[in-house]
Design a protein around this ligand. Structure first.
Ligand SMILES: Nc1ncnc2c1ncn2[C@@H]1O[C@H](COP(=O)(O)OP(=O)(O)O)[C@@H](O)[C@H]1O
Ligand SMILES: [Mg+2]
Length: 291
């Protein structure tokens, strides 16, 4: 499938759902994610001049819907709206929050509070990754169950979301692989965060760069299962790039150990022009290729 086909398919999908509504109360009738609680949250975002217009959903998951909207300055934004009533959401996510040291002392007494914490957590995770220099949707703000972030579009076409790499594999798999390893490295060493759900289902291809989305499950490096999650992310990425795209991937355990050694390092961490982290003027990757 060529990029033009992908372009056309995505465009048709979005156009077929496209709508524009200034009166937020009407949203109730077009999409079930907009219950009164969510509409009130959205109205507040509009009053705060964060959101101006809301268009259609671009994707639908088990726990959230992602909606295309516009900011008052006309730029596209994505609203990730978490469902407020899914029993599945609670069962699937409670354990992540419980294991997270940032949320100890947080007493969750009702479903909405839990979902608000989840939304806040994804916002804060995105910020950590973004500040570490990882290409992620830039977080803008959140309110209740609505996360507002940069809209990642396909080839800059307004309202057309970038496809997942599983549907639109990168043209240069070798360099794409190294880019993702570089992002894992930066998130871990500079952002002290691990995605924990990394795979071809959470990386999108804009046509000229890869963006890692869906940071809701991410954990800080002080999480009790941090190392396990880091290795799982690495192995998932290795599996996809090796099995599907035939890239000669790095040894997962060796990469993990190199990352852990570098994590212990207390000195200055710099990047080279290619964006690799340099510690004592050496790259992690060089450790793996020179032994
Ligand atoms: N910032 C964004 N810009 C454009 N599309 C997005 C954005 N974030 C998510 N999406 C789309 O929404 C889908 C679901 O988002 P994701 O964060 O992965 O939630 P889920 O928990 O449902 O997997 C993604 O696969 C992607 O197609
Ligand atoms: Mg996802």
């Amino acid at each position: 499938m060529g990029t033009h086909d992908i372009d056309r398919i995505i465009r048709e999908r979005v156009e077929s759902r496209r709508f524009r509504i200034k009166d937020v109360d009407q949203l109730k009738t077009v999409d079930d994610v907009f219950n009164q609680y969510t509409i009130d949250a959205l109205r507040e975002l509009m009053n705060r001049r964060v959101v101006d217009e809301v268009y259609g959903p671009v994707a639908q998951g088990k726990e959230a819907k992602v909606i295309w909207a516009k900011a008052p300055d006309g730029t596209d934004i994505a609203l990730k709206i978490f469902y407020t009533s899914t029993a599945q959401f609670i069962r699937g996510r409670y354990k992540y929050l419980l294991g997270d040291p940032r949320f100890t002392g947080v007493k969750i007494t009702n479903t909405r509070k839990l979902i608000e914490y989840w939304c806040r957590k994804e916002f804060s995770n995105l910020g950590d990754a973004y500040n570490a220099g990882v290409r992620v949707p830039k977080p803008i703000t959140f309110n209740r169950n609505i996360l507002v972030m940069e809209f990642i579009s396909y080839r800059g076409v307004s309202g057309v979301p970038a496809p997942l790499i599983k549907d639109a594999p990168p043209e240069d798999p070798e360099s794409a692989y190294l880019t993702i390893i570089k992002y894992i490295e930066k998130a871990f060493i500079l952002g002290r965060i691990i995605h924990a759900d990394l795979s071809e289902f959470n990386i999108v291809n804009t046509g000229d760069e890869l963006v890692i989305i869906d940071w809701g499950s991410a954990v800080k490096t002080n999480h009790p299962n941090a190392v396990e999650f880091l290795l799982r992310d690495i192995e998932n990425i290795n599996r996809y790039f090796n099995k599907e795209l035939h890239v000669k991937t790095l040894d997962g355990k060796a990469l993990l150990n190199a990352l852990l050694r570098r994590y212990e390092y207390r000195g200055d961490v710099k990047s080279d022009e290619d964006g690799w982290l340099l510690i004592n003027d050496k790259r992690i990757i060089d450790d793996l290729t020179n032994v």
